[in-house]
Design a protein around this ligand. Structure first.
Ligand code: F6P
Length: 372
């Protein structure tokens, strides 16, 4: 068995707060504890695919203030699958061979990948094909990675959303308005439900739970009827319109992203309730900024444990947080898709008990009526 001497670390997918803290933890543990060389791979898999290779040697001495800094100083990418990569001439190419060759050129014995569920899926395939041992570290503000209760970046993002609600509430109260806040999360409602509870929202809409406009309007009317002259609504970007379509935005290069459901809802609530409404779309503010205490701790625990897994050669695993500690999760259990919010989740029930409208409640007799 080849001795581990050199490892790579890369960030892949959308950025979030706490990525630099993971890179710092991986580098410090690998260099100080195991005496390995560490290469930071730039811009996700592109660093190994590009020629010349894009990388930098990392050492605890050149990490600076990374524990405290948002973003990722290595850069990242959340577009272009290397197995089917869009070329400038409109064709698609399989660049997995270039990835494997790049890893060989750097003499990598293992790779730590900090990414979400999509990155785990693609990078685990790339690494397997390259014969390179991989250990994953989960990160995403969406918190939709299987095998871990928390992903790096989530805690900071829900702090940001909660603070936004704290800032919206006084202006809503002053003007007697209904404020609609659209938050990220892709197809999952974890950000919306967590921050909606913490920020005292009256309505929280998530992609996983069907809602009706009458239900939303009814909740707003009952808030106003009780004498409160304002209300707060949180809507996750992946929520569909009542007609069943997603609101999306096309970006340069043809990238489609969710966005705009807040505007739709703002108009509908105004029409149905007569209330004055305003919309805020929080966007990438949720991804940037200084990592929270929780994210720094999680990033540090994940980064150091990922290095331990490399030392133990427990490749093809991701570190995860379960029951107050770090565990190793086989990547097969992670790459099954995004982990959505369970409609019966503790926090959904918490919100309902607090009187929040979270979409339609399942009928009391909603069991299996097939008789089988
Ligand atoms: O997955 C993280 C995320 O921020 C989602 O919540 C959001 O839908 C998406 O990325 C936005 O992607 P982009 O940075 O490409 O606009």
């Amino acid at each position: 068995m080849r001795e581990i001497k050199t490892i790579g670390v890369m960030t892949s997918g959308g950025d979030c707060a706490g990525l630099n803290a993971v890179i710092r933890a991986v580098t410090t543990a690998a260099v100080e504890r195991y005496g390995w060389k560490v290469y930071g791979i730039q811009d996700g898999s592109m660093g190994l695919i590009s020629r010349p290779l894009r990388f930098q040697e990392l050492s605890p001495a050149n990490l600076g203030n990374t524990l405290r800094e948002g973003g990722t100083f290595l850069g990242t990418t959340n577009k272009g699958d290397p197995f089917n990569f869009p070329m400038p001439d409109g064709s698609f190419r399989d660049l997995s061979g270039e990835f494997a060759e790049g890893a060989r050129m750097l003499g990598l014995d293992a790779l730590v990948v900090v990414g979400g569920d999509g990155s785990m899926r693609i990078l685990s395939r790339l690494c397997q094909q390259a014969g390179l041992g991989m250990v994953g570290v989960p990160k995403t503000i969406d918190n939709d990675v299987h095998g871990t209760e928390y992903a790096v970046g989530f805690a900071t993002s829900i702090n940001v959303v909660t603070e936004a609600l704290d800032r919206l509430q006084p202006t809503a109260a002053s003007h007697h308005r209904v404020m609609i806040l659209e938050v990220m999360g892709r197809d999952a409602g974890h950000i919306a439900i967590n921050a909606g509870i913490a920020g005292g929202a009256d309505v929280v809409l998530v992609p996983e739970i069907p809602y009706t406009l009458d239900g939303v309007a009814g909740k707003i009317r009952s808030v106003l009827a009780r004498g409160r002259t304002h209300a707060l609504v949180v809507v996750a970007e992946g929520v569909k319109t009542a007609e069943g379509t997603n609101a999306t935005i096309s970006h340069v290069g043809g990238e489609q992203r969710y966005g705009g459901i807040g505007h739709y809802l703002t108009q509908k609530i105004a029409d149905l309730t007569g209330a004055e409404t305003r919309v805020t779309i929080l966007g990438h503010v949720q991804r940037g900024g200084t990592p929270s205490t929780r994210d720094r701790i999680l990033a540090s625990a994940f980064g150091t444990h990922a290095v331990d897994l490399v030392a133990e050669r427990r490749f093809h695993h991701m570190v995860g947080w379960q029951n107050r500690g770090v565990v190793a999760v086989p990547l097969e259990k992670v790459t099954i898709g995004a982990c959505s919010l369970d409609p019966n989740d503790t926090l959904v029930r918490t919100a309902r008990s607090l009187g929040v409208y979270v979409g339609e409640e399942p009928a009391a007799d909603a069991g299996d009526s097939s008789g089988l």
